[in-house]
Design a protein around this ligand. Structure first.
Ligand code: GLN
Ligand code: ZN
Length: 773
């Protein structure tokens, strides 16, 4: 049988960090000056070759193992650099690698002091990319980072020298342009896509070099195609791919769409492009039927059936049916099996997870295992299930067990969710009445002062937690330490003169992990890291089952803190959407259901905190904006359940208990109506860096409850002066009624040192006092 008549096993991208975050370690060691560039380059090369061999050995077809999916910092930055989009302020840095890192993370060295390029979230993932600024006068120029060849060519040749034929992955021109932002100097009607004619010659050049290096397939990532796009995109798509095809008619081009279904009008255009294959994320199987019904003969379909966004085993029964459907319609030679998207968003391998409950572990699959799934499905499609019967049986068994497992299902929780009544989504009185009751009880001055929750997590705090975790310290000893830490934090706040105090969160490692550890339905991996940005990785908790609260989670320390002071104490919780958003979630029920389960657990906690004497309770929802779906048509439904989840957690209390919420990391303008519907008594918002435009939005949406727009930026050790904050407050007062205004920093203080924290808060409280006069 010739290779042509078979289904092909393919991959779109492999995580870069390595089994033990090796890349992070090499890069950080280079940054700190401990190792030199040669060492960094060598370790990167080792990682790449290791990942290529791993995929080859697993059975990914030659020619369809991705290259150029590697990056020292960020793949979008790689493209900007490769296209010579290097802003003036970085040009004085001679060494190209240092220049590249300066763009990624800023640089303060040898008289150079430049900030990083802005970061933005990569679609709806938790990966952040660096944004470049473009204008009509932007000129592009091919710029190699290392050696004399641009990265896609260099990595292709590197793999070739190892005897591995790869499929270079390049960010498609449409997505690349749409991901950048226009310069302030650009005319207001400047269309990023208008730069296409200037950019395409560079793509042509790269293709020519890849062709002569021996490449056959090129993967163009175009995830932007799953967004709501203006009509101009259709023309741009045609222009781009027609030109690229004409320039290299003998190269096979694959256009990869992922993170959702492609809009109907866009899919028709994509199917007509002179390309060799299209990749679809089979998130919604309906799209497969649509595409199969109109795909032109000659076009290969890459079916993204193995989910690259979660940690769960594929369901061979379901996924194989999809692959088969494609094979029956198109024939084997026109089908590629693939993960839904690059595996960048899934940890490296399950093999190092020894502590996870073995039953649950058997339901899971990280990147390395997902590669095996792609290969197994491909073999089954080519030679029948019998060829991989063992793997199929094991998969079906694991999924059956999972479906019925008592570890997952808690009838009481399911019952509680279905019993959620409209009255649980509403405070018993409206804001005005609550406000009166709260004022009568709290007796707060005008411009009340508070903080967002955490106080400095010093090295001692982290060391203490480490000692407790590894058994060196007993529970008693650790508790004593935390109690002392809380005592100190309260004293300092009283001395500074803050009005609403917090306990400081010193018992919490992380605002989501802490709750995950205290709730049923969560597990934690030992090594399940995924890249968040640059060298930074996160290890999200894994929600595997119905979530419930076996015991109070925060009451002990909040109550202890309350017992130390006469002032109002604010209880501190992480909200349901943020807990969901920063975890790996179940794929066997809608996100909404999981969120409601978390919300119910938090509701119990809120009520307990009230009973323990907390007159103010803050439920942080910094990630609420992140969860917003990419497509407009899905946003309303999301915002509805996200708001409901917050209401479920927060409305179990009396009118005289004040509910706060906190938002950061995002531009909240687009979801203001939702924030209003959350009906908190006060929201504090990270706002110190933006130009008060948020407050204009507030006014427009008629927000009229308490608000604390951060008075200073906690992301820097700088101590803001009295004058500076007073000026800012005065500016804020032109938008916000004075009796609604709270005075607070813009986020938690855990990354700060004590000295600057105390000095900054002192100045902040002085401003409030001065303004009261
Ligand atoms: N309460 C949290 C803290 O202060 C809030 C953190 C956040 O907004 N990301 O640390
Ligand atoms: Zn924050």
């Amino acid at each position: 049988m010739s290779a042509k008549s078979l289904v092909t096993a393919t991959n779109l991208g492999f995580p870069r960090m390595g089994a033990n975050r090796d890349l992070k370690k090499s890069i950080e060691s280079y940054w700190s000056g401990k190792t030199d560039l040669q060492t960094l380059l060598l370790s990167a090369k080792n990682l790449r070759s290791h990942h290529w061999y791993l995929q080859q050995t697993a059975g990914i077809s030659n020619g369809h193992i991705p290259s150029n999916d590697f990056s020292f910092y960020d793949h979008v930055l790689d493209h900007s650099f490769m296209f010579g989009v290097i802003p003036e302020q970085y040009k004085s840095i001679q060494n190209k690698v240092d220049q590249y890192f300066a763009m990624g993370r800023g640089r303060q060295q040898d008289g150079v002091d430049v900030p990083a390029l802005e970061m933005k979230k990569w679609f709806d993932t938790n990966y952040h990319y660096n944004v470049s600024t473009l204008s009509p006068s932007t000129e592009f120029k091919l710029t190699p980072l290392i050696g004399d060849k641009v990265k896609p060519v260099q990595e292709f040749l590197e793999a070739k020298a190892f005897g591995i034929r790869t499929r270079p992955v390049i960010l498609g021109p449409i997505t690349y342009l749409l991901l950048q932002k226009s310069a302030k100097s650009a005319p207001s009607d400047f269309d990023l896509l208008s730069l296409l004619p200037k950019l395409l010659p560079l793509y042509e050049q790269i293709l020519a070099e890849l062709k002569s290096a021996g490449a056959e397939w090129i993967q163009f990532d175009e995830p932007a195609l799953v967004m709501d796009l203006p009509a101009s995109v259709t023309t741009a798509l045609k222009t781009a791919y027609e030109r690229l095809h004409e320039s290299q008619p003998y190269l096979s081009l694959l256009v990869a769409t992922y993170f959702g279904t492609v809009q109907e009008k866009t899919i028709n255009t994509v199917l007509e492009l002179p390309i060799s294959a299209i990749h679809l994320d089979i998130k919604a199987p309906e799209q497969l039927d649509v595409v199969l019904s109109k795909i032109p003969s000659g076009l290969v379909l890459s079916v993204g059936v193995v989910n690259g966004r979660n940690v769960w085993k594929a369901n061979y029964e379901k996924q194989f049916a999809l692959v088969n459907k494609a094979v029956s319609a198109l024939g084997k030679n026109r089908v590629f099996v693939a993960p839904s998207c690059s595996l960048l968003h899934t940890p490296h391998s399950l093999s190092s997870e020894r502590k996870i409950n073995s039953e649950i572990r058997n339901w899971m699959s990280f990147s390395t295992e997902k590669i095996d799934e792609v290969v197994t499905l491909t073999i089954a499609a080519n030679h029948g299930i019998a060829k991989v019967q063992g793997a199929f049986d094991a998969n079906l068994k694991a999924n059956k067990f999972r479906e019925a497992s008592p570890l997952i299902h808690n009838q009481k929780v399911k019952q509680a969710v279905s019993n959620i009544s409209p009255s649980m989504l509403k405070r018993s009185e409206a804001f005005e009445a609550r406000n009166r009751a709260q004022q009568a009880k709290l007796q707060l001055p005008l411009f009340p002062t508070t903080t967002i929750g955490s106080f400095p997590q010093t090295k001692e705090v982290r060391v203490a937690r480490q000692k407790f975790k590894n058994g060196e310290w007993s529970q008693e000893k650790y508790d004593e330490f935390i109690a002392a830490e809380i005592g100190r934090t309260i004293k300092i706040q009283e001395e500074i003169g803050l009005d609403v105090l917090v306990h400081g969160e010193s018992e919490r490692n992380d605002m989501v992990e802490y709750f995950g550890e205290n709730l049923e339905g969560f597990i934690f991996s030992e090594n399940g890291w995924v890249q968040s940005y640059g060298s930074r990785c996160v290890k999200p908790p894994i929600i595997f089952g119905d979530v419930s609260r076996p015991h109070p989670m925060t009451v002990k320390w909040s109550a202890y803190a309350k017992s130390l002071t006469q002032r109002a104490m604010k209880g501190m919780l992480t909200g349901p959407v943020t807990i969901l958003q920063w975890s790996f979630v179940r794929d066997d029920q809608p996100r909404k259901d999981t969120t409601f389960q978390i919300a119910l657990a938090l509701r119990e906690e809120v009520v307990d905190l009230e009973a323990a004497g907390m007159s103010v309770i803050q439920i942080d929802e910094p990630a609420i904006r992140e969860g917003l779906p990419l497509r407009n048509s899905e946003q309303e439904a999301y915002l509805k359940w996200a708001v409901d989840a917050f209401l479920i957690s927060s409305t179990g209390v009396r009118s005289d208990t004040q509910i706060h919420s906190h938002f950061c990391y995002s531009d909240f303008n687009s979801i203001f109506t939702a924030i209003k519907k959350m009906d908190a008594d006060c929201v504090t918002i990270e706002n110190s860096k933006s130009d008060l435009k948020l407050l204009t939005a507030l006014e427009t949406f008629g927000y009229s409850s308490g608000i604390g727009p951060g008075l200073y930026d906690i992301h820097s050790p700088r101590v803001p002066s009295f004058d500076e904050m007073k000026e800012r407050l005065e500016a804020i007062l032109t938008y916000v009624k004075k009796d609604l205004l709270w005075i607070n920093p813009d986020c938690g203080l855990k990354t700060r040192g004590w000295t600057e924290t105390i000095a900054s808060l002192r100045n902040m409280v002085e401003v409030a006092k001065a303004m009261r006069k």
